[in-house]
Ligand binder design. Structure first.
Ligand code: S3P
Length: 165
């Protein structure tokens, strides 16, 4: 089994993936962490600052490619994977893609004090990015889960029941 969680920054991909990893006995993989390792930088912000977004997107593609043949994993994908179709070609290979659909207002509150995400520094631009990407997340998703006002536990349960159907 390969499960891939997609969704905007702050939609809860990592916490939900960790919970599902425990529950389904899968290995948890954070795509951003793999990108950082590949880049030899120390953080996503540093990659954006020193190499730029274009290089980050290239690293992201190589990372998605490396994950093609992985099994028994749950992958928390970076929020921007939908910007390059090839990422989804790789991630969808033998995998099920789940979109965590979270309202922008909720994300905004969650990321209020976050300074680890270069693309969320400017709220207005972040909202534009959110609106642009929403149809892409929906298009690539095999399953869509609305997460608004639900706990991590509730969302994990819902995902388990949806993928068993
Ligand atoms: C990004 C999302 C981030 C990270 C990078 C770019 C994006 O991942 O990959 O900052 O373009 O939405 P998270 O969704 O895990 O925050």
């Amino acid at each position: 089994m390969k499960i891939v969680l997609i969704g905007f920054m702050g939609s809860g991909k990592s916490s939900i993936a960790k919970k599902l990893a425990e529950r389904l006995d899968l290995e948890f993989i954070e795509m951003d962490e793999l990108c950082i390792k590949k880049s030899r930088r120390n953080s996503i912000s540093e990659i954006f600052e020193k190499d730029g977004e274009i290089i980050f997107r290239e690293i992201e593609i190589y990372t998605a490619k490396d994950l093609i043949n992985r099994e028994n994993v749950i992958i928390s994908a970076g929020g921007g994977v939908v910007m390059n179709k090839i990422n989804l070609d790789y991630l969808k290979k033998n995998g099920i893609v789940i979109f965590l659909d979270t309202a922008f207002e909720i994300i905004e509150k969650r990321l209020m004090d976050d300074n680890t995400r270069p693309l969320f520094k400017d709220k207005k631009k972040a909202k534009q990015l959110y609106d642009f990407r929403l149809p892409l997340y929906k298009y690539y998703a095999d399953v869509i889960i609305n997460t608004d006002n639900k706990s991590v536990e509730e969302i994990a349960k819902e995902i388990v029941s949806r993928i068993k159907k």
